[in-house]
Design a protein around this ligand. Structure first.
Ligand code: SAH
Ligand code: SF4
Ligand code: F3S
Length: 501
């Protein structure tokens, strides 16, 4: 365990060990010397900045990067005006890539003004050979490039990056192992993501994730539980179990462990108040999981269940393994077990060959289900995926029109759904001081919606009861319900004592 390792005891004059994570601790110790040298020369420690693109899994990976950088001795900077800048990239849609190229121009200018600055790129986009070729050719100012499978080697790569002026490129085709017990620097003291599996085997025909994240690999239950126990002991009250398809967790173990079983074990951990998970594929959401969720005190009443399309014909071409009716049936089942469940989804518009009728099927499911919220995406052609080869790609103007109609419908429904909860009292995990009004704090409901209410920094990380007074469409203004109750009680106690006198 990281906290128990004395970095000063590691002999960096011998060859690095082969075994992980020992090897990375060797490089952490080695890189620390480089940082100490920097401090001597500059009278300050070097600074770092991480920028995350993409999903929760990337966000968690960035915490691992920050963990290494901090243990090496870097301090965190507020912006890219830092000594070491790393972008953890996403490539799920073309615009994710474009954003990175856009930012790189800005970084190049910064680097010209900041001698010694190092720029690193990692994450899903780096798993695409065409991207790396482009970077090698036209973005020579980038110092370090690595992918998703060797992120655990970051300390080693960082050391190499500081020992050479050459561009260091190290991208692997697949993962060789899951390395446990490396340092992690959490962004929030009170909540954390926890990886339960890596990769994806589903190969939805539009999606690049299986190509850039590799095959499904589950983490050992005991490692997951150990991590959650430590997090809870360290003050974490909410965890989000992360995987591209959590419902297929543990299938490769002998004997297999199901996601439902894992949840039951996680639930037992003391101190933990809320459990979330992302993402569930509708094709294998089990009865057991529904039952475990329904009985649980800690699992949030929220299910993110990506639909993608409401047309069975399109779903088949997407390789999703369910039909429109199956999805509606599943929703019925989960709602019967948990009437207060918030349901959210992902939708893609303009998949190749999508007709107006197909699109209306999606609209139909949206209306029938009434999602609490939905992420709507315009189909993005990802080279290397089967859908990219499909004929009849839908013209842009038609896609745009469908997208606008869908978005309007989705927003109307989620506003109605949110309105229905107005007036109720909910548990809220307070996350921060409000960005615009320092007299308010901002927190999240169990269904992930945002609420602002009067409060101060002492409440951050606490779960309090809040009455949702007004709904502003996607968020609420509220007031402390426990305080109100306390005030009423105090008043009653006071009048009691008065009457007794
Ligand atoms: N594993 C998760 C999703 C990961 S990607 C799942 O299956 O639910 C997040 C979302 O991005 C997907 O649900 C999908 O809606 C969207 N997406 C993936 N590939 C896309 C593409 N090529 N174009 C547009 N949206 C895409
Ligand atoms: Fe992509 Fe499908 Fe895997 Fe999700 S389940 S990551 S959409 S291939
Ligand atoms: Fe993007 Fe990679 Fe996540 S492609 S959505 S960051 S798994």
């Amino acid at each position: 365990m990281y906290n128990e390792i004395d970095l000063d005891q590691i002999d960096i004059n011998i060859e690095p060990p082969i075994k992980e994570p020992d090897r990375q601790y060797y490089f952490i110790a080695k890189c620390r010397r480089l940082v100490q040298q920097f401090e001597k020369n500059n009278g300050r420690r070097p600074s770092f900045f991480t920028q995350t693109f993409g999903c929760q899994m990337n966000a968690r990976d960035s915490e691992k990067l920050a963990g290494i950088l901090e243990s090496v001795g870097f301090t965190e900077a507020e912006s890219e005006e830092a000594d070491f800048v790393i972008y953890n990239t996403c490539t799920v849609r073309e615009n994710a890539n474009n954003r990175v190229y856009g930012r790189l121009g800005y970084l190049h200018n910064l680097k010209k003004k900041r001698p010694g600055m190092r720029i690193a790129l990692c994450g899903c986009m780096m798993q695409e050979p065409a991207v790396v070729e482009k970077l090698k050719k036209s973005y020579r100012f980038v110092n370090l490039i690595f992918g998703t499978h060797n992120l655990y080697k970051f300390a080693e790569l960082l050391t190499r990056c500081y020992e050479t002026d050459q561009m260091v490129v190290d991208v692997w085709d697949q993962a060789d192992q899951i390395v446990e017990d490396l340092p992690v620097e959490r962004k929030f003291p009170f909540k954390s993501g926890v990886n339960i599996m890596f990769g994806c085997n589903n190969f939805c025909s539009y999606c690049i994730v299986p190509y850039v994240r590799g095959r499904e690999k589950s983490r050992e239950p005991k490692e997951i539980l150990r991590e959650v126990e430590r997090l809870a002991a360290d003050g974490v009250v909410e965890i989000m179990l992360l995987g591209q398809n959590v419902n297929s967790y543990g299938k490769t173990f002998d004997p297999p462990v199901t996601f439902a079983q894992l949840l039951q074990e996680v639930e037992k951990i003391k101190g933990l108040r809320r459990i979330r998970f992302m993402t569930s594929h509708p094709k294998d959401l089990s009865e057991d999981l529904i039952a475990v969720m329904a009985q649980s005190d800690k699992i949030c009443r929220h299910l993110h269940l990506p639909l993608q399309s409401g047309s069975s014909r399109v779903l088949q071409k997407m390789n999703r393994h369910y039909r429109k009716e199956d999805y509606l049936q599943l929703v019925k089942k989960v709602r019967a077990a948990m009437p207060d469940l918030a349901l959210t989804t992902d939708l893609i518009v303009g998949f190749p060959g999508e007709t107006e009728e197909d699109f209306l099927e999606t609209m139909d499911v949206v209306k029938k289900v009434g999602f609490d919220s939905a992420f709507t995406f315009i189909y993005s052609k990802r080279s290397g995926t089967p859908a990219a080869q499909m004929e009849d790609q839908v013209p842009e103007a038609i896609v745009k029109d469908r997208f606008d109609r869908l978005l309007k419908e989705v927003q109307q429904i989620s506003a109605q759904k949110a309105q229905q909860r107005t007036g109720s009292v909910q548990d809220v995990l307070v996350e921060s001081i409000n960005d615009h009004d320092a007299s308010l704090v901002t927190g999240k409901l169990d269904n992930n919606m945002v609420v602002h209410f009067k409060g101060n920094a002492e409440l951050i990380g606490k779960i309090v009861k809040v009455s949702l007074d007004t709904c502003q469409g996607f968020y609420y203004y509220g007031s402390r319900a426990d305080e109100k109750a306390a005030t009423v009680q105090n008043a009653a106690a006071f009048s009691d004592s008065q009457s007794r006198v």
